[in-house]
Ligand binder design. Structure first.
Ligand SMILES: [Zn+2]
Length: 212
């Protein structure tokens, strides 16, 4: 266990964005994940992000993903849920972007699936219908995409994303893909393509943050 994670367990909870004590995610930092803004990337349509991958938003994503701050899933899911109505009204199926199995094991689970479940719970609390369908999985052979340029990242992902036959979204309900960061857009584009190849159209891509 890394020392930073040990400290996170010992010290009182602090805001993942600004280290204010006794809160996981303070109201000021929460504003860094606000109204959805369109994200333009080649080959990607109807993509949105709640904030830039910088400052408090970036620190929160990293704390959640890499530093074991699992309680942030509730806050990140709520931020996505608040944004959904302006992108897609009515019932919605949420499809989390998958992580590699080794990365998921190191993080204690598929991190975007946990956020998606919190998002669905927040949507249902408003009286709307929402469900999570983990319709995609990533083949263990997929290499870590860190450091790869856009074409290499796309090549790494395309063909390694597999629709999960155990989890098929219901027809006729719009599907929204959820991800943490849109950088080149290669991951989201590959996910949309993989879903489309099995007859699942993706109405929109909604990410917590965008970089680049
Ligand atoms: Zn804060």
């Amino acid at each position: 266990m890394r020392s930073s994670r040990v400290l996170d367990l010992i010290l009182p909870q602090r805001c993942a964005g600004c280290a204010t004590p006794l809160t996981a995610w303070c109201p000021t930092c929460a504003r860094s994940l606000g109204a959805p803004v369109p994200v333009a990337r080649p080959g990607l349509t109807s993509a949105y992000a709640l904030g830039r991958y910088e400052g408090a938003a970036r620190r929160a994503v990293l704390a959640y993903k890499e530093r074991g701050r699992r309680e942030l899933a509730t806050h990140l899911g709520a931020a996505l849920a608040a944004a959904l109505p302006s992108i897609r009204a009515g019932p919605v199926v949420l499809i989390p972007a998958p992580s590699r199995p080794t990365a998921a094991r190191a993080r204690g689970g598929q991190h975007m699936a946990a956020v998606a479940h919190r998002c669905a719970a927040a949507v249902r609390a408003t009286g709307q219908w929402a469900s999570v369908v983990p319709a995609l999985r990533l083949d263990p052979r997929a290499a870590d995409s860190v450091g790869l340029d856009a074409p290499a990242r796309a090549a790494n992902l395309l063909g390694r994303l597999r629709p999960d036959p155990r989890h098929r979204p219901p027809p006729d309900i719009p599907a929204v893909l959820l991800d943490d960061v849109i950088t080149t857009g290669a991951t989201a584009t590959a996910c949309v393509s993989a879903l489309r190849s099995t007859g699942v159209p993706v109405a929109a891509v909604l990410a917590l943050t965008t970089a680049g």
